[in-house]
Design a protein around this ligand. Structure first.
Ligand code: PMP
Length: 322
């Protein structure tokens, strides 16, 4: 079987050798940050395109700052290590890449002052995270989104995914595909691990960054792309729960979720068809962009293979200066 390499303690090692000790503070308290990046395989180009790689790594550095963590590699070097890892794995499918910076300290006290940081990356082949065809059934979660003054949602902190897990689990046990979370103020925040857009009376609306959301890179992509591709006003404003029920269209967006139209919220059908026209257009355009079939958006793509004709992994890892 092909070895799946990860990056751990400054080396490319088989995934099963990338292990941390049970005394590690991140295992004990979730004191780390991470990113989730998708790579799209384009068979015609024989290429993997990493979507908005640099923006993801810049966000990871912002998360690190909030969490007093550090990385011995800079943004460019992290991007380079990720590309090398994908090449080393000879990826020729859609993939998911997860870099993480974490407290690599064995201290019982959950304190981030003067902790040593570790850095690792794993990659996996990856398909759909949720159904994107247009039939998502969701509920408003009884769990509230974490508040900025408790655990800042704008940082992608490992421990904060307890909030996601509680909400997603309740939704799954209730037979739902996912859920929408409200903030403590009672306004709509986002999905369990994705942002939310609503179409109402010809306007594309998303929740504001002050509503305890992760400031999604896909959300930013949709805002920018929609202004170019759709003849619709676009805005970020507070959304009430009851507005969800009367929306013309609703869709989730995120690296994992991609663009996933919502068919039902709390038993109310949304719109006339399962994927409304705006959601379907955004979804299809987004995938074309990600897969490298829209030249106008190539600035968002990092091709991994130097020549788009070979998927043979490079023999030697690129030398990196620490
Ligand atoms: N919110 C949460 C809580 C998430 O985990 C994600 C996925 N990273 C998103 C939103 C969407 O963010 P992005 O588009 O950057 O993947």
């Amino acid at each position: 079987m092909k070895t799946n390499y990860s990056f751990f303690e400054d080396r490319y090692v088989p995934l099963q050798e990338a292990n941390v000790n049970i005394m590690n503070q991140t295992f004990m308290y979730g004191l780390g940050v991470f990113e989730g990046i998708r790579g799209y395989w384009n068979a015609e180009h024989q290429q993997v395109y990493l979507f908005r790689l640099r923006e993801h790594i810049e966000r990871m550095f912002d998360s690190m700052k909030i969490m007093h963590l550090s990385c011995k590699y800079n943004v460019d070097q992290v991007c380079e290590i990720i590309c090398e890892l994908v090449r080393k794995n000879g990826a020729n499918t859609d993939i998911y890449v997860r870099p993480a910076v974490y407290s690599n300290t064995s201290k019982i006290t959950p304190c981030l002052a003067n902790v040593e940081s570790g850095f690792c990356i794993l990659t996996l082949p990856f398909g759909d995270y949720v159904d994107t065809s247009g039939g998502l059934k969701v509920m408003v979660s009884a769990w509230r989104r974490i508040e900025d003054n408790a655990i800042p949602a704008r940082a992608k902190i490992i421990g904060s995914y307890v909030n996601t897990a509680l909400a997603k689990t309740d939704a799954a046990l209730a037979g739902m595909d996912d859920c929408i979370m409200l903030s403590e103020s009672g306004h709509v925040a986002e999905g369990s691990a994705m942002n939310l857009f609503m179409v109402k009376n010809g306007t594309l609306i998303t929740t504001p960054t002050t509503e305890n959301i992760l400031e999604g890179i896909t959300r930013g992509t949709v805002l920018e792309m929609a202004q170019r591709e759709l003849n619709l006003p676009v805005c970020a404003r507070t959304i009430d729960r009851s507005e969800l029920y009367t929306a013309d269209e609703l869709f989730f967006c995120g690296t994992g979720a991609q663009i996933a139209p919502i068919a039902q919220v709390d038993g109310r059908q949304i719109g006339a068809t399962s994927a409304g026209p705006v959601s379907a257009l955004v979804r299809d355009t987004y995938i074309e962009i990600c897969r490298g079939n829209r030249a106008a958006y190539s600035k968002w793509l990092t091709p991994v293979y130097e020549s788009g004709t070979s998927v043979v992994p490079l023999a030697q890892p690129v030398q990196l200066t620490a």
